[in-house]
Design a protein around this ligand. Structure first.
Ligand code: SF4
Length: 490
């Protein structure tokens, strides 16, 4: 049985994913998406940049022959090479082969089976943060190195994007790694297939998503219900609340003392189950006073702006400000795509955005989720926009994600713009487009100069703005039909 660092990494993200990697039918595994391929390319570029400032040797071995690769690595270690790039560590332990491939093995002073030197691992990661899962992998390298060289390295590093070298606290990470490795080993040895559990943030980029999603749908799995989190699910199972129908009939007071629940969370979850069970929108009735105050401020104005940003977090770059101007009096809708065709155009489009929103000084600006506000604040700081200009602008922003989730439970699986707007009948012209795809298209535009990529981004962004408008129209009508007060702004 072979346990690799990659499997250990997957296990930390999702135990089922590690199981599928070991035993799953490859026919159900999707090829990497364009976005994942781009991330791999970025990661390779980051590695190249780090390595270009270093000297190193690489062990020579036939592809996929791990035994030969491990022997070639040990040979370089024995010779005392200063830095070994893409070495392979292989250890047999109680019938299990453990394999890892640290980006670099760095020679240190100290005693080992090789002489008065030993090696410590460094992993070059594209991430800006020293994620826990990466620290655990560093600890895994350290454990294998201890076996191979007969001495424990005292250090291990992550070489992160922007932050550079980060020293891993091995006192903390080694015991964590050992208990995770023991659990992984047991799962693989016993061939215990973990239950499917769809958690959008971790599943969205997983190559097994379609496979797991189909299983979850066929089982009407409770994880498809918004609000059922991995930490709440076991508590619901204990109460034998494993179906939407059962949860819809539950008195929320049964849930409010369970781990991971508050009074609010219990009411919200039961309402969510009722919305799905009855296949209809249900008005939320939590914190009525706060909600009424919130609802009283949902504006309908003669001119409204619908705003959506496309950004590349890896470059800290907002490359497109899309604004749909809806003029109710004139009966017109005009889309303004303010695009930075090159990264250094960000400042210019920021200025264009400010000019556009100042042309409609009282128009409310609707957007979906907090990202637009955060980006406006970031750009204002970056380009030294006077606060006197930004402050009144921010008061015009209305986050429709917040409004929808505070006012309605919908029969959907997740409160994304796409799922809400689709439930309302809105369709994107490019059904598969999404934010990650837009990032890929932008990188392709920069590499190839093919304007078809820019046009695809603009089409997607315009549809996002129109979907936001669609949601706002529905929400206004939903609030009216429940006779909640809506203020009209001139
Ligand atoms: S889709 Fe989700 S549940 Fe399935 S393996 Fe991937 S991360 Fe795990």
């Amino acid at each position: 049985m072979l346990l690799t660092a990659e499997l250990l990494l997957n296990y930390q993200r999702c135990d089922r994913r590690a199981f599928l990697e070991a035993y799953g039918d490859r026919a159900y595994k999707a090829p990497p998406s364009d976005f994942l391929l781009k991330l791999r390319q970025d990661s390779a570029l980051h590695q190249q940049q780090v390595l270009s400032t270093q000297t190193w040797q690489r062990p020579q071995y036939p592809e996929h022959n791990w035994v030969a690769a491990a022997e070639a690595t040990v040979e370089l270690m024995r010779q005392g090479v200063d830095q070994i790039y893409q070495g392979v560590l292989l250890v047999e332990s109680s019938g299990v082969s453990l394999l890892s491939k640290p980006s670099l093995l760095i020679k240190q002073a100290g005693l080992s089976d090789f002489g008065d030197w030993l090696y410590a691992p460094a992993d070059i990661r594209l991430s800006k943060r020293p994620k826990l899962e990466y620290k655990v992998i560093s600890a895994f390298h350290v454990q294998l190195l201890a076996e191979i060289q007969g001495a424990w390295p005292e250090s291990a590093w992550l070489v992160l994007r922007e932050k550079g070298r980060y020293a891993v606290d091995l006192w903390q990470s080694l015991p964590q790694m050992q208990s995770i490795l023991a659990a992984l080993t047991e799962m693989i040895q016993q061939q215990q297939e973990p239950e499917v559990f769809i958690a959008r943030n971790r599943c969205s980029l997983c190559p097994w998503f379609q496979h797991c999603y189909e299983i979850a749908q066929s089982q009407q799995h409770l994880s498809l219900l918004p609000g059922v989190t991995p930490s709440r699910y076991p508590a619901l199972q204990q109460l034998e609340l494993t179906t939407v129908a059962a949860l819809a009939k539950t008195d929320p007071t049964r849930l409010e003392h369970l781990p991971g629940f508050s009074n609010d969370a219990a009411i919200r979850l039961v309402q969510q189950a009722q919305a799905v069970h009855q296949n209809q929108a249900i008005a939320r009735m939590i914190q009525a006073a706060t909600n009424r105050q919130l609802l009283a401020n949902l504006p309908t104005a003669s001119v409204e702006l619908y705003f959506d940003i496309e950004a590349e977090p890896g470059l800290n770059l907002a490359y497109l400000h899309g604004v749909l101007v809806v003029d109710r009096q004139a009966g017109s809708q005009t889309f303004y795509p303010l695009m930075a065709e090159q990264p250094d155009g960000e400042r210019l489009v920021w200025q264009q955005f400010l000019e556009l929103v100042q042309r409609y000084p009282t128009a409310p600006i609707f957007h979906f989720c907090a990202y637009e506000v955060q980006t406006v604040e970031r750009l204002a700081r970056l380009y030294h926009t006077p606060y006197s200009l930004v402050k009144p602008l921010l008061t015009r922003f209305f986050d429709l994600h917040l409004w929808v989730t505070e006012t309605a439970a919908l029969p959907i699986e997740s409160y994304t713009l796409k799922l809400i707007a689709r439930w309302l009948g809105f369709e994107w012209r490019d059904a598969d487009a999404n934010g990650a795809q837009s990032i890929y298209w932008y990188s392709q535009w920069l590499q190839t100069g093919d304007r078809a990529f820019l046009e695809a981004i603009l089409r997607y962004n315009e549809d996002d703005c129109r979907a936001t408008y669609h949601v706002k129209e529905w929400l206004t009508s939903f609030i009216h039909t429940r006779q909640l007060k809506v203020v009209n702004v001139p």
